[in-house]
Every structure is written in C-alpha cells, then in structure tokens.
Design a protein around this ligand. Structure first.
Ligand SMILES: Cc1cc2nc3c(=O)[nH]c(=O)nc-3n(C[C@H](O)[C@H](O)[C@H](O)COP(=O)(O)OP(=O)(O)OC[C@H]3O[C@@H](n4cnc5c(N)ncnc54)[C@H](O)[C@@H]3O)c2cc1C
Length: 417
C-alpha cells in the first residue's frame, strides 16, 4: 500500500507492480499529483546535484535576509521542527558532508535518468517532454568564473557539461537574444531533460490502475496503527463522505511529501523532512519563437524555466515558512518580471497561473529511501528540490530493496537491520 500519490508515490506503485507486487494507493486528493508534484519547474536536472546546503550557503542566506525577492527566505516560526531542520541544514553545509551528499545525489540522478528512458521506451508516455538539455546561465562575470570548476566537478561525477560563452549560449537557445542583458556565459548539460511532472504522474497512475491497482482517492490518512518495531497493522482513513475506516496491506510505503513526519512520529520514526515552499507560474505562449525550448536555470536568480508544449513554466524561490501554502504576490512578482524581461512578448501575461508548493526537503537534500523500524514499513520520500529528477530511480531502487535485492546504486539507502 503506497501512501501518497505524488511523483514519489505513483512511480513507487509502478515499479512495485513491475517487480510483481499487488499494489494499492491512498491519497487525500481526488487524483494524482495535486500537491507538490502539480506545477514544479519541469526539469530533469542531473547536472544540478549540489544541494542547497553547501559551504557557501550560510553567508548567502545571511546576505538575503530581509529581502522580499530573496531566492531563499527564512521566516522564523515557533515550530521546533523548523529550528531543528535549520540546525541540521547548517551541519550539512560542512564541506565533507556537502561533497558526500552531492556524490550520492549525482549517482542516484544518473541511475534515475536511465530508468526514465526505459520507462518511456516501454510505455510511450507523453508529457510534453523535451530532450534538449539544460542551459545554466550566469549573469555576473564573478559567477561565470566558477563555471569551469563546476564542469570539472560534474565530469568527475560522470555528468557531461560544457562551459559556453555568451555567443554559444545564444546559439543553443536563440530566444535568449532579446533579453540577454548582462549574460556572461553558461554551462550546458546536454543529457538533461524537461517535461510536465503532473501529466507524467497522471498518465503513469492510469497505467498503474490498468495493471490492477486499487486507488483510494479522497482518503485522508489520520493514523498508522501498530508499528514501532512490531509490524504496522493498518492505516486509519477518513473518506470523502466522512466515514472512518482502516485499510490494510502486507507492507506500507510512505510517500506523503512534507506530511510524512507527523504521521510516522507516533511510531518512533523521525523523518528529517521539513517543507520548503516554492513558487511557479505557467502561462500560454503568445509568440512561440520568442520563448525558449531548451530548459534554463538562471544561476544568478535561482529561477528555472521549461517549455511544456504551448506553455511556459517558470519556477523558483525557496521559503522556510512552515506549512503555509498561500500564494504571496511579492514572491510571484520577481518570477513574472524575470520572464517578461528575458523573453519579451513570449507569454500571454493575462493568463498567468501562479502556484505554490511545499518541497519535502531533508537538510542535505538526500531523499529517505528504504526500510523503517517496523519490518513492513518503507519510505520513498524527502526528495526536496529534485523530486522529478530522482523519481524513477528512487522508486525503482526501493522496489529492488523490497524484493530483497542488493542496493542497485551507491546511495545511503535505509537498509534493513
Ligand atoms: C516551485 C518548485 C519547483 C520545483 N522544480 C523541480 C524541478 O524542476 N525538478 C525537480 O526534479 N524537482 C522539482 N521540484 C521538486 C518536486 O516537485 C518535489 O520534490 C516532488 O513533487 C515531491 O513529490 P512527492 O510525491 O514526494 O510529494 P507530493 O507531490 O506532495 O505528494 C505527496 C502526496 O501525499 C498526499 N498526502 C499528504 N498527506 C496526506 C494524508 N494525511 N492523507 C492522504 N494523503 C496525503 C498528498 O495529497 C500528495 O498527493 C520543485 C518543487 C517546487 C515546489
């Protein structure tokens, strides 16, 4: 029984079915991918394995304090979990930890990319995918000066990326020409991709159902019963009609995004996940020739952009703000201004759909994949900034572990004791 039907839950259900398990899915929403997996940046970004928690982060966050348009914003609450997470984040900024986390994410991301290719070849799934790479843009000479070192680091991790001059960037993505402004140069990762995570998840959920899964929609999970070293016995849910019931299975996989920690805490499980809010806008194209089709990451502004068919998705910003999912105009405005200045005339500004979602983030951005204390409790959650990039690999790896097979890739999985 997979708890949660976002990217993590639906891919988990798919790979468990492929491994021969009978599967059911439970989610409080009326369908798949209606929370954080709904309108993300769309990037399969193998070329960005470095977590936010890196040696440069503490100083950067301090510089951004008090700025409403800061790419990363800390809004202190009275929630001790927020402070605990913040302290662990600082710990993960230590060079040795950041280095280890980057290597683990890179290994999982590469493996995940191969799984996504296989899945696509096998299913023919269509989700506005584009295999045109990701171009990382640097708007200051100081930042661009670090690009060769990043390219070398990626090469050591087995990820192809090449440094590009401003002219080369404009050749890779001609739509950049109109608003290139201070563009200093870029880093191009040809193996990266983009696509609509919502469409992908919805289409894959339809396949999972065709393969015989029971899908329990509009079932709010209230409590997990049993557990704490002994077997988990069931999941107490409240359905759309307000009826309480208990759903049972042989094994349970937690894929509940930012809401997992609260549900597993009574079992003595501590999931190091806290919500890091992000925003996106999606707009129909007014003039397709003025819009990029290569996925972009503006490294100076921490904004990403992906072409999804006849729409443009632009996403960014991170806010440590508890479980508040309200859309704040002052966070949407810089994203909209970015697209207007970089790609003038590309989108229909009157039909912009703003969105906010909570990234289920661990301090070092390493997802929690593997087994819990109870022998029939499993996790595939906490993918933070890279839930789309790592979805297929994480789920395929979990399915291997649940079959009792060895870990398929070098990653700190939670293995049975
Ligand atoms: C602005 C933004 C941009 C991003 N851009 C990218 C990107 O470009 N590339 C990338 O790789 N990643 C990106 N991400 C990250 C990625 O979107 C997430 O990591 C991923 O969507 C998380 O998926 P999930 O399945 O773990 O969580 P979710 O999609 O949130 O799924 C959790 C599910 O659990 C259900 N649930 C929760 N609590 C309960 C309960 N009590 N009862 C029943 N059901 C429950 C929810 O309804 C939900 O369906 C971005 C995220 C944001 C916010």
């Amino acid at each position: 029984m997979v708890l949660g039907a976002g990217l993590s839950g639906v891919t988990t259900a798919w790979y468990l079915q492929q491994a021969g398990f009978g599967v059911s899915i439970v989610d409080r929403q009326p369908g798949p991918a209606l929370e954080t997996s709904f309108a993300n940046g769309g990037q399969i970004s193998i070329s960005h394995p470095e977590p936010w928690a890196n040696p440069g982060a503490p100083l950067q966050v301090l510089r951004w304090l008090g700025r409403d348009d800061a790419p990363l914003k800390f809004r202190p609450t009275t929630d001790p979990a927020q402070w605990w997470w913040g302290a662990r984040f600082l710990l993960e900024c230590l060079p040795t930890r950041a280095h280890r986390n980057t290597a683990a994410i890179a290994a999982l991301a590469r493996w995940s990319s191969a799984r996504l290719h296989e899945l696509r070849a096998r299913t023919g799934l269509q989700y506005d995918q584009l295999e045109r790479g990701i171009l990382h843009l640097f708007h200051s000479p100081h930042e661009f000066a670090q690009a060769p070192a990043r390219a070398r680091q990626l090469e050591l991790l087995g990820i192809e990326a090449r440094v590009c001059s401003r002219t080369e960037c404009l050749a890779i993505e001609p739509a950049l020409t109109a608003g290139a402004g201070t563009l200093a140069g870029g880093l191009f990762a040809p193996g990266d991709e983009s696509g609509d995570a919502f469409r992908f998840t919805r289409e894959l959920a339809a396949r999972v159902r065709e393969n015989g899964a029971d899908l329990h929609w509009e079932c709010d999970i209230r409590r997990l019963t049993g557990g704490s070293g002994t077997r988990l016995e069931g999941v107490e849910v409240c359905d759309a009609e307000g009826r309480q019931r208990t759903l049972r299975a042989d094994a349970y996989v937690i894929c509940l995004g930012s809401y997992g920690p609260r549900l597993v805490a009574p079992l003595g499980e501590r999931l190091p996940i806290y919500p890091v809010k992000g925003y996106s806008i999606t707009a129909p194209l007014l003039d397709a020739a003025r819009a990029p089709s290569v996925s972009l990451t503006d490294e100076s502004r921490r904004i990403v952009c992906s072409r999804l068919g006849d729409r443009l998705r632009v996403a960014g910003t991170a806010e440590l703000n508890g479980f508040d999912t309200r859309i704040r105009n002052e966070r949407i405005r810089p994203i909209l201004e970015w697209v207007k200045s970089r790609f003038p005339g590309a989108i229909d500004e009157h039909q912009v759909e703003p969105w906010a979602g909570l990234r289920p983030a661990t301090p070092g951005n390493l997802p929690v994949i593997g087994r819990g204390r109870a022998p029939n409790l499993w996790f595939n959650t906490g993918h933070g900034t890279l839930g789309w990039t790592l979805a297929c690999g994480s789920a395929a790896a979990l399915a291997e572990l649940m079959r009792g097979r060895p870990a398929p890739v070098s990653f700190p999985f939670r293995l049975p004791r």
